[in-house]
Design a protein around this ligand. Structure first.
Ligand SMILES: N[C@@H](CCC(=O)N[C@@H](CS)C(=O)NCC(=O)O)C(=O)O
Length: 121
């Protein structure tokens, strides 16, 4: 079982399933991008609500994962090299998940950059 104790965010939002990708988000336009993709690619995940009404995006625990105080952010226990990977910025997370699973981004370089172009748009 992966050990995520080195990440302070897990103190405020404990992982009940530390083997699954941990998603810190809220149903906002940017916040829903990641669960939509996770459902599309079928990757198991555990979601944690970052409650804006409690200013949780500015809590020290959340800022330890994203110093830019924005959702969405993830902590993947099975990142590159089998090590945990923390990531923020929805575009970066979507590209990471596509690369990780080989889904939703074309392998052809030109097609890949066109897809990323529309993602950034
Ligand atoms: N460029 C960022 C934007 C993220 C963003 O703006 N998130 C908003 C919610 S949709 C947020 O966390 N706002 C909290 C705040 O600014 O305090 C991304 O794509 O992830």
């Amino acid at each position: 079982m992966p050990d995520l104790s080195a990440f302070p965010i897990t103190e405020k939002w404990p992982a009940r399933h530390p083997d699954r990708l941990q998603l810190y988000s809220l149903p906002t336009p940017n916040g829903v991008k990641i669960p939509i993709m996770l459902e599309e690619i079928g990757l198991p995940y555990e979601v944690h609500k970052v409650d804006f009404s409690k200013d949780e995006q500015n809590s020290p625990a959340f800022l330890s994962l994203n110093p830019n105080n924005k959702i969405p952010a993830i902590l993947d226990p099975n990142g590159p090299g089998g090590k945990p990977l923390a990531l923020f910025e929805s575009g970066a997370i979507l590209v990471y998940l596509a690369d990780k699973t080989g889904k939703l981004l074309p392998a052809d370089p030109a097609a890949r950059y066109h897809a990323i172009q529309w993602l950034m748009f």
